[in-house]
Design a protein around this ligand. Structure first.
Ligand SMILES: Nc1nc2c(ncn2[C@@H]2O[C@H](COP(=O)(O)O[C@H]3[C@@H](O)[C@H](n4cnc5c(=O)[nH]c(N)nc54)O[C@@H]3COP(=O)(O)O)[C@@H](O)[C@H]2O)c(=O)[nH]1
Length: 828
């Protein structure tokens, strides 16, 4: 508004100056005004026609109808101005003879039309037109009006009031009519001023400028007395300025404003798309980029302007383009499509989700397509990870139980349809826990990875190998009968024979394999795998590192196993465990010289459960640790109680299982119990089987040394069943070797056992160790042992393991004397 006010001020000042010039009388008349007038009119006509041309041609649905009214109205004004110019005095006759009044009449008609049009335009609402066809609806009345006015002004001007009289000049009608036009223009200006206070949706300031300068122009035309004077001249100038204002208004409304809106929208679109988390491109039918956002260009390390005008094939690599082309073609054929694609961007190949949408013209014709692609590599990786987590063992990469079941169902279906056999193997690694316990879980993991690799290498493509967890694997062999299963089992066992090099240590890992056959041993996954598991357990029981086929009785055993394992967990808390004590006697004088504490479990429903049955379960489940501690503490307390009641001092022997022996702090644990219970260390003896001692002989030597230092006795149990190395035996700090009862049992019949027992006794003597024979049941066994110099005996021949009270009674009655059974008479 600032610049407009200035222009209007200058225009007003122009009028004031001209009307108050001291010499204005001397500024009379151009020598020849006609050319000047013609030029001025041509200028005004040109601008009026521009108003029409711009408004009419740019008019479209959505623009205010007032623009159309103004542009068509000014076509009429331009036509009337043209007729005014052609009628001007001095011009060749225009249809009828020219004259001053004829020119004035056209002039007044033009001014009236302009003032009326502006008034209507200013005072009516600027509402968007709804139809393009309005253009012609507005144009036709104007042309009809022009025809009517020309008919009137050219042929019937006698019907009109006089505006000029030769020799007198302008009539009062003409002057007052001009005043009327001034008033109308000023009224329009006031309307516009009022409207400018509110929210504007049209260029009211420019219209205000137009009507103000038009009013000033009219005012100047009331002042002239000669057509060539300064007022007339200036009036024409002001009229052109007024038209210029209008042209500006209409130009701004129809071209500049929409254009700036368009530019703004483009900037906005660019801003939005540049900040959108998708890569956007617009292509034409020739796959040529018309628009790309910053991030789309960034995919290829380029700027948007580098892509515009180029084809997709010029920007994308061949593979990416080949993937995208069918979707692009589909979009050009009119379908919206989406697909995943691998696009080689500047950061390398990544996975994208690409949407292609056809772009249509106003007529609905497909003119190109828009593509919006987003990087879904992270999502795809997450999906793959989830898929892998859900279906694969993360350590070995083998299918997990869930995927195994899926695949099993498929091969089972095939086997069922084709009447083919199928083998399911349950494979468990032997002593895997020991690897974990001694070398750590890292080494255990490496073993499992190596095992998985070896298993896969030995199996066919169609076979399934899966890790269930821990050291348990399932192998499914489609179309495999008993013979085939044996062949595969042997092959798998063989695969384990080269040792695994883990952390620079050579580890020999062996498998126990149980086999169940479809349909004989089961017709579904759960039954077959359960039966294969039972068969595997049988392999474990019979020495490991082998295979076994399922037999129905195994299932009962494994059910029993599970029941025992469950009940054993509660046995300690429910006080179902107790110790029995079996006397150990001196062969020399028959005195009770010690006792072996033997665990007993009386289950409320099942009665006595044999330790031979439940001790291995306790060892496998880890329950042996708390149970073993309970045994030591109970035996020690019992010993203390016997001492307190005056029973002669004798050591009590407690069996130490392999798991207990592997406990890091075994020496501390035992001395702590002895300290807490207050029993001298030498009254506890620990029995360790030969097999456990030799399993890790170096460690056994270390532990025996530390126990020996503390004064705790050690003896080797089941001697003769293992493979003792003499060099280690020498180093073992043990006081006694316990000859295994399997040699004692057949002493009477088996000369070999006689030799073995005799040898053990002599070897022990030469190593400075005592011998005790267990399982002595007959007098002849006793006689043989005595003859060969065995030191002590234990067995049913003397006594079964006894509850504490009975043992005490036995010890008291046998304690000082040689028992009859041990009397010289019984010796043969
Ligand atoms: N780790 C632990 N092992 C233990 C514990 N208590 C027992 N056991 C071991 O369980 C196995 C079976 O023991 P049990 O049924 O008690 O059998 C012992 C004796 O009853 C039996 N024995 C003794 N004399 C005779 C005999 O003349 N004839 C005959 N047939 N059997 C006899 O021998 C078993 C003692 O064996 P050993 O330990 O080798 O001296 C057995 O291996 C026990 O070791 C425990 O607390 N912890």
């Amino acid at each position: 508004m600032g610049r407009l006010s200035l222009v209007l001020l200058v225009l007003v000042l122009g009028v004031v100056v001209v009307t108050h010039l001291p010499y204005r009388e001397s500024l009379q008349s151009f020598a020849n005004y006609l050319p000047v007038h013609t030029v001025l009119e041509l200028l005004a006509i040109g601008i009026a026609l521009l108003v029409f041309a711009v408004g009419f041609n740019t008019f479209r649905r959505g623009l205010p109808a007032n623009i159309l009214l103004m542009s068509c109205g000014f076509l009429g004004v331009g036509i009337l101005d043209t007729s005014h110019m052609l009628s001007y005095h001095g011009m060749p006759d225009f249809v009828t003879p020219n004259g001053v009044e004829k020119a004035i009449n056209f002039w007044l008609a033009a001014r009236t039309l302009a003032a009326l049009v502006l008034f209507v335009v200013a005072s009516t609402a600027w509402r968007p037109a709804t139809a393009h066809a309005y253009r012609y609806v507005a144009l036709v009345p104007v042309l009809l009006l022009m025809a009517g006015l020309h008919w009137l002004l050219l042929f019937h001007d006698q019907w009109l009031p006089r505006t000029f009289i030769d020799g007198h000049g302008l009539t009062p009608f003409k002057v007052y009519y001009e005043y009327g036009l001034v008033a109308l223009n000023l009224a329009t200006a006031l309307v516009l001023l009022a409207r400018m206070r509110g929210v504007l949706n049209f260029n009211a300031p420019m219209l205000f400028g137009a009507v103000c300068s038009m009013a000033l122009s009219e005012f100047l035309f009331t002042l002239y007395s000669d057509v060539g004077d300064i007022y007339n001249f200036l009036g024409h100038i002001y009229k052109s300025i007024s038209y210029l204002f209008l042209y500006r208004a209409i130009f701004v409304e129809t071209i500049e404003y929409p254009f700036s809106l368009l530019q703004g929208a483009e900037r906005q679109l660019q801003f939005i798309t540049d900040h959108a988390p998708v890569h956007i491109a617009q292509c034409d039918k020739e796959y040529r980029y018309r628009f790309v956002n910053q991030s789309y260009a960034g995919l290829f390390g380029l700027q948007p302007e580098d892509l515009v005008g180029k084809t997709a094939a010029q920007i994308m690599d061949r593979d990416s383009c080949a993937q995208a082309r069918p979707d692009m073609a589909a979009a050009l054929a009119g379908s919206a499509v989406s697909s995943d694609m691998i696009l080689r961007s500047k950061t390398g190949p990544r996975v994208y989700l690409a949407h292609y949408v056809p772009e249509r013209s106003a007529t609905g014709e497909v003119v190109g397509f828009i593509s919006a692609i987003s990087d879904i590599t992270a999502r795809k990786e997450a999906e793959a990870r989830i898929e892998s987590l859900a279906h694969f063992d993360q350590l070995t990469g083998l299918p997990n139980r869930s995927l195994l079941k899926d695949r099993f169902d498929y091969v089972l279906g095939m086997a069922h349809r084709n009447g083919e056999p199928l083998a399911v193997m349950f494979l468990d690694l032997d002593h895997f826990k020991k690897i974990n316990d001694t070398l750590g879980h890292g080494a255990g993991d490496e073993v499992l990875i190596e095992v998985a690799r070896r298993l896969k290498a030995r199996l066919r493509e169609a076979d399934i190998v899966s890790r269930l967890g821990g050291d348990e694997f399932i192998v499914v062999l489609p179309d495999t009968d008993e013979e085939g299963a044996i062949h595969v089992a042997l092959s798998l066992i063989e695969a384990f024979s080269p040792s695994c090099n883990i952390d620079d240590q050579e580890l020999l890992v062996t498998p126990s394999i149980g086999i169940a056959l479809y349909p004989h041993d089961g017709e579904d996954f759960d039954t077959l795998s359960r039966n294969a598991d039972a068969a595997m357990y049988r392999v474990k029981q019979s020495g490991r590192n082998g295979y076994s086929f399922y037999a129905p009785e195994m299932q009962a055993q494994s059910v029993r196993y599970l029941q025992l394992a469950g009940a054993l967990r509660q046995a300690l808390q429910r006080d179902e465990l107790q110790l029995h004590y079996q006397p150990q006697l001196s062969i020399r004088d028959g005195r009770v010289v010690g006792a072996e504490a033997l665990l007993r479990w009386r289950h409320p429903e099942w009665g006595m459960v044999s330790p031979a049955e439940f001790i291995p379960i306790a060892e496998e489940s880890g329950l042996i640790t708390p149970i073993g501690e309970w045994v030591i503490r109970t035996a020690v307390r019992q010993m203390k109680a016997w001492r307190a009641r005056g029973l002669p001092e004798m050591p009590v022997a407690v069996n130490l299982s392999a798991v207990q022996f592997r406990q890091e702090n075994i020496t501390e644990l035992i001395t702590r119990i002895l300290d807490e219970e207050g029993l001298p260390y030498h009254l506890l003896e620990l029995e360790l089987t030969e097999a456990v001692a030799m399993d890790d002989a170096q460690r056994a030597v270390r532990i025996m040394d530390s126990l020996h230092e503390q004064g705790i006795r050690m003896s080797i149990d089941d001697f003769g069943t293992g493979y003792s190395s003499l060099s280690y035996l020498k180093k073992f700090k043990v006081s006694k070797l316990k000859i295994d009862q399997s040699f004692v049992r057949d002493l009477d019949e088996d000369p070999e056992d006689k030799t073995i027992v005799g040898t053990i006794i002599h070897m022990a003597a030469s190593l400075g160790m005592k011998t005790i024979a267990e399982g002595v049941e007959t007098a002849s066994q006793l006689a043989f042992l005595r003859l060969h110099g065995c030191d002590e005996v234990q067995g049913f021949y003397f006594s079964k393991p006894l509850p504490a009270g009975q043992f005490e009674a036995f010890a008291r009655s046998n304690g000082s004397d040689t028992t009859p059974r041990l009397s010289e008479e019984t010796v043969q």
